[in-house]
Design a protein around this ligand. Structure first.
Ligand code: EPZ
Length: 417
């Protein structure tokens, strides 16, 4: 088990470099299954979730080497179309393999992905979309077997702009016969990154970033040397950490446009934010003003930055309201913040937060990766010492977060229990 010990009160100062985006790397690694050969993926973060995806690719028969931030994935020898239960349980994003494995083998067998602490996380949109591409599914004993004699393009209208379903269907349509149109699709930057990767290996896709994506099926694919986009959620987490500690930090290797919703909110709260093409300069400006935040699909405010801004609002001036509209159960971190002296009331999918003058260090538990990040931010501003158990959740999505915070002056220790 892993815990973090943080002593609050330090204003973060200096520079931090953002790692490659976890939620871009995972679907792109799944997409390598469509190719036969060696792909080079650059700016890959060392994260638990990336390690699991590498384990899955090796299980399928790929050869993978990871040197520095460069991943080499050779999928020539792929021979397995099944993802075993133990690997599925480690990370639900293995769901992204359905489209690519159907595209490669015409078959896929996965165990039904479980839910997680933020919600049941069903995959009905994925299944419905793949069925419309001429796939048949059989369910039984916790497993799902998908088979398609030949994938055929179709028009798909997603009930909800699901990120994973959009990505799975894009990958499933790459080698389908004819044209596929996905309407009401997700518009996140990671979808655009996946389109760029797929077009780089020879697919014919356009429209990613809008609410309609068009895919013309192709037969031949090649391999590519590809660099993934920086992580916008890590970016936002460090922006909030800087604003909260009244610090002064330059965030490097990032894309300001990808965190536009947070930049707008921070300026509304009185924080100074300056941007140029690949940097964001955040300067605290005293106590934050209270805000109203509602999470929405991109380009709305991202659900993955909701726990972190709840921490910020716990010490803002005034009463804030945060409404979570994406996941059913993503307000649990409020309970842990209450233990640190926050004043938060949950009403349905909303949190009403009365800003306090300070938080107090306590022993708290991270229930998932972004709730863990919210507790790290709380520890940075709390009076005294905070101990965060469940640090392994945090490391699923944040590369060397203790080293990055320490380099900015924060007092944080990573302890393996
Ligand atoms: C992706 O998850 C991200 N994960 C999540 O990041 C992120 O929070 C989420 O998109 C929303 O932006 C990866 O990219 C690996 P969805 P995903 O499908 O694809 C419901 C993090 O912290 N839904 O857009 O699973 C679903 O239950 C993680 O890095 C269905 O009902 O999200 C949820 O309520 C957490 N049926 C909503 O849609 C489906 O078939 C949005 O889910 C699919 C989804």
């Amino acid at each position: 088990m892993l815990k973090y010990e943080i002593t609050g009160g330090v204003r973060l100062k200096g520079k931090v470099r953002i790692s490659g985006a976890k939620n871009a790397v995972l679907p792109i690694l799944a997409a390598t299954v469509l190719t036969q050969g060696k792909n080079i993926i650059r700016d890959v973060p060392h994260l638990k979730d990336v390690e699991v995806m590498i384990e899955v690719l090796k299980h399928l028969g790929a050869k993978v080497t990871f040197t520095g931030t460069v991943l080499e994935v050779d999928t020539t020898g792929l021979s397995v179309y099944e993802v075993p239960d133990d690997l599925m349980r480690k990370m639900r994003a293995t769901v992204f393999l359905m489209g690519p494995l159907l595209g490669r083998f015409g078959k896929v067998r996965i165990s039904q992905p479980g839910g997680c602490s933020i919600g049941p996380r069903p995959i009905n949109f994925h299944i419905k979309g793949l069925k419309s591409l001429n796939t048949e599914f059989q369910e039984g004993h916790g497993y799902l077997l998908g088979e398609s004699k030949s994938l055929v393009g179709n028009e798909i209208h997603l009930d909800f702009p699901s990120v994973g379903a959009t990505e799975n269907l894009m990958m499933g349509a790459v080698k389908a016969k004819g044209t596929t149109i996905i309407r009401n699709c997700a518009r996140e930057p990671e979808i655009v990154d996946l389109q760029n990767f797929l077009n780089g290996i020879g697919a014919r896709i356009r429209g990613a970033g809008t609410d309609m994506i068009k895919i013309d099926g192709v037969e031949k694919l090649q391999t590519i040397d590809y660099t993934v986009i920086p992580d916008r959620i890590e970016t936002g987490t460090f922006m909030l950490a800087t604003a909260l500690t009244n610090g002064d930090v330059i965030i490097e290797n990032t894309i300001p446009e990808h965190v536009e919703p947070l930049i707008a909110k921070l300026k509304e709260a009185g924080v100074e934010v300056g941007c140029n093409d690949d940097q964001i300069h955040v300067k605290g400006n005293g106590r934050l003003k209270a805000l109203e935040v509602k999470t929405l699909p991109y380009p709305g405010y991202p659900t993955d930055l909701q726990p972190q801004i709840m921490t910020a609002m716990s010490v803002a001036e005034g009463t804030s309201i945060i409404t979570e509209t994406i996941f059913e159960n993503r307000l649990k971190h409020a309970e842990e913040l209450l233990r640190m002296g926050a004043a938060i009331r949950i009403e349905g999918h909303s949190a009403i937060i009365n800003g306090m003058s300070k938080l107090y260090g306590a022993i708290v538990e991270a229930s998932d990766l972004r709730a863990g990040a919210a507790l790290v931010l709380a520890g940075l501003i709390a009076e005294g010492k905070t101990v965060i158990h469940g640090g392994e959740h945090i490391e699923r999505g944040y590369e060397k977060i203790d080293e990055k915070i320490a380099r900015l002056g924060g007092q944080i220790n990573r302890i393996v229990e």
